[in-house]
Design a protein around this ligand. Sequence first.
Ligand code: IVH
Length: 699
Amino acid sequence: MIHKKIEELRRLLNYHNHKYYVENDPEISDREFDRMMRELQDLEEAHPEFADPNSPTARVGSDITSEFRSVEHRFPMLSLGNTYSLDELHEFIHRIEKEVDAPEFVCELKFDGTAISLTYRNGELIQAATRGDGARGDDVTTNVRTIRTIPLRLQGDDYPDLFEIRGEIFMPYASFDRLNMERAENGEPLLANPRNAAAGTLKQQSSAVVAQRGLDCTLYQLAGENLPFKTHWESLQKARSWGFKISEHARNCRTLEEIDQFIAYWDESRKQLPFATDGVVIKVNDFTEQRILGFTAKAPKWAVAYKFKAEQALTRLESIDFQVGRTGAITPVANLDPVLLAGTTVKRATLHNAEQIALLDIRVGDMVYVEKGGEIIPKITGVDLSARSAESQPLQYITHCPVCDTPLVRYEGESKHYCPNQSHCRPQILGRIIHYTSRKAMNIEGLGDETVELLFENGLVRNIADLYDLRADQLARLPRLGERSAENIVRNIRQSAEVPFARVLFALGIRFVGETTAKYLASHFRTLDAVMQASREELVEAEEVGEKIAEAILDYFADEENRQIIERLRKAGIRTEADAKVLQSESLAGKSFVISGKFTAHSRDELKEMIESHGGKNLSAVSANVDFLVAGDKVGPAKLQKATKLGIRLISEEELISMIAQADSSDNRITISPTPHPVSGKAEEKTPINETAEQGSLF
Ligand code: IVH
């Protein structure tokens, strides 16, 4: 009885969910829907024996954190060839017309989100996987179940027993704006665009958060063995009848003119769509013809993406602000007459530097073209000269710091101007402290921009080392900070002594040393002393470090004030050494290696890590003590010569890896696992996409 009731409620909720979210044609009120959902939740809670992962209650998500298992795609997820040129598109069509007779095409929108592959068995969603590297992706099923437009159970009875359907998960502009508004209110960094927001949301640990974010999904490709369809179009219509959201905007086109018209129409009309699109996908409709055309290594030869040029808006440049960053870099920022661009209102745009302004001859009062790149802040890409008034004057770039009036300087090879007054220019002092406390650096909670400003105004901190001298009673006396938060802040500052060395290096705020470079430096030099003592030549030996970064590091440590700050940080217990390495095995114990040349699958530092973590030793010079020279492309000729003379064995990257693997499996201790990437900490997936005969019969 109860089971029947549960099943009935599930059926009804699935039906009304589809009516509401996919068809946009609800039959019952939201209240009635919510009431049924609650009734079902209560029944399921009381009767866990009838649990079902595809119950409509899964839409709400949960806080249980899930690991994203890596799963193999039954059929590789390929990408598409793409072009921005209509001529190239026409050539592509002509090539197809040479191979198959009078092909019919399906033109679709190219949705700008993140690709997903859904697997259904007997009408039930059993897996949702991201594209990953095309061969393997991440299992994100729990999160995907919360997306209301994705059916958990299919309608009708003519779907294949087992099939995959692929499409795009995206975040509509309305959800994106809401999310960024919330993030702004919470002082969290904004997301650059709906595509990043969709991809990031899909990887959230809590599916309850995903459920709140308003993701959507459109499906555009069926994959399976022996699918009973002749054409792509037919398969899409069928998929729609099973409950999937299939775009209404796809069209059959027979001629180049029809394809061009479709593109021209959407290049303009996409501005009215409530979600982001970045082009049009043109596919051969007939599956037999698709098979004849086949695949290249990466993409089908029967489909191509025509990409739209980035959306532009034209608006007036009202004024220019000059911002001073924590490193003293000056960034000109344009204040614009607010204008709608790609779904959001734009009020400010970056102008990069003086050269850029001069190059485009940008002047206050001009009508300027604004475009969105990958970043949050849009950029100005041109000026409408015809709209310029006769009185307009070229812009005079500032010569002095807008805050402290110090004359600005230019460093060689740098396009930005800098204020060199590091110790006394307010935004630089504040910026350095704020950077030090920020989440990706020392992650000191409770010390946001405003509190740091407050501490500075009250003379309590002038530099990052001062933080460690703060006492709770000093903080508690400040406005807006009670005793409790004062104590919390002091505790959090102390706890920052736990932060790993790589992040400490990043937190120091050395010019050009970002998160990644800091990780490379930490893994290469291992201790702060080693970084401080390194010469220019030694610095550039570390991955990612070139002359410019080396110079900035030398400058930083040459500064007496910085050295004093570092001594105080050391006394405060901040970590100045990388963690001791955990040995994965001793398969290379007693063996010494020199690495030289360029490698394909791993970086030099990764190979060194690998050697050390399996008990081997890295040496920098070839000598009689060396057992192996691991030689990559363009191996140093002197090293090679010396190694040959000394009779040292030359091995390739692959040989090194198989040496580790063989030794490991022969002594049965540890089997080789992909070595963690020094930067991401994640095992790297390097599985190539197989180009198998199977692919021809995929779709
Ligand atoms: S078809 C074998 N159709 O674009 C080709 N892809 O640049 C399967 N995309 O990875 C893809 N809209 O994530 C196809 N209507 C559409 C699409 C679409 C967006 C994405 C998809 C793909 C990427 C290729």
